[in-house]
Design a protein around this ligand. Structure first.
Ligand SMILES: Cc1cn([C@H]2C[C@H](O)[C@@H](COP(=O)(O)OP(=O)(O)OP(=O)(O)O)O2)c(=O)[nH]c1=O
Length: 196
């Protein structure tokens, strides 16, 4: 039986990546509280948020009576880990400047969790990618904020956009940094019978 894939995300990057994989899907964004718990590690946080986004959408579909045995939900979360701290989207210009100053000239980790679930089970996986930034000047950081690109991105940058100019090297999955690791997503969707 053909599976019906529901992407639990409002991110245009994630739907573009899923389309790139040629996987037909519908979109049902998850609206959850993304605040970290006390002393929660970046790994636990990213994994919990992806899993909770998936469960929230499952509950929404169940309440609308559109959850069937063939429904497969895919949820994801991306955050940056630097010095053991989780860094999400910037709150405002000052916060983006603080984050980019911190990442300047340093290596950070981008953590992306994917969570796939159906009526009976859920599997969650975290993909870690190292990204090394060039040293950035204050002028560069301010000019970058003005482009509008950093506002809705974890770590205040987009590797697929203008922010790619700051990246000296990357070790890991480029698609995971943008929001959905293509290789691991296909593997997990295969385990849920979506692709062969
Ligand atoms: C580091 C980095 C992040 N990002 C994006 C990916 C994610 O969309 C976003 C991190 O925020 P998320 O909270 O993971 O996702 P989202 O709010 O955009 O969408 P949803 O929760 O509905 O799935 O940052 C890039 O596009 N490029 C990058 O280089």
């Amino acid at each position: 039986m053909t599976k019906s894939v529901v992407l639990a995300s409002a991110s245009p990057r994630r739907t573009a990546l899923l389309k790139q994989m040629n996987i037909a899907h519908t979109i049902q964004p998850a609206d959850i509280d993304e605040s970290p718990r006390l002393n929660e590690t970046p790994l636990s946080l990213v994994s919990r948020l992806a899993a909770e986004k998936g469960l929230a959408v499952k509950a929404k579909l169940a309440s609308k009576q559109t959850l069937t045995d063939d429904t497969v939900i895919l949820a994801s979360d991306t955050l940056i880990a630097f010095n053991g701290q989780s860094v999400g989207k910037p709150e405002n210009k000052a916060d983006a400047k603080r984050i980019l100053t911190m990442l300047s000239g340093n290596t950070h980790e981008v953590l992306t969790a994917i969570s796939v679930l159906n009526n009976t089970r859920q599997q969650t996986q975290v993909i870690t990618t190292s990204v090394t930034f060039a040293a950035l000047t204050n002028e560069q950081i301010t000019a970058y904020w003005e482009t509008g690109e950093p506002a809705d991105k974890a770590g205040s940058y987009a590797i697929q956009g203008i922010g790619g100019e700051f990246v000296v090297s990357i070790n890991g999955s480029a698609s995971a940094v943008i929001g959905l690791p293509l290789y691991e997503t296909r593997q997990l969707l295969n385990e849920f019978g979506v692709v062969s």
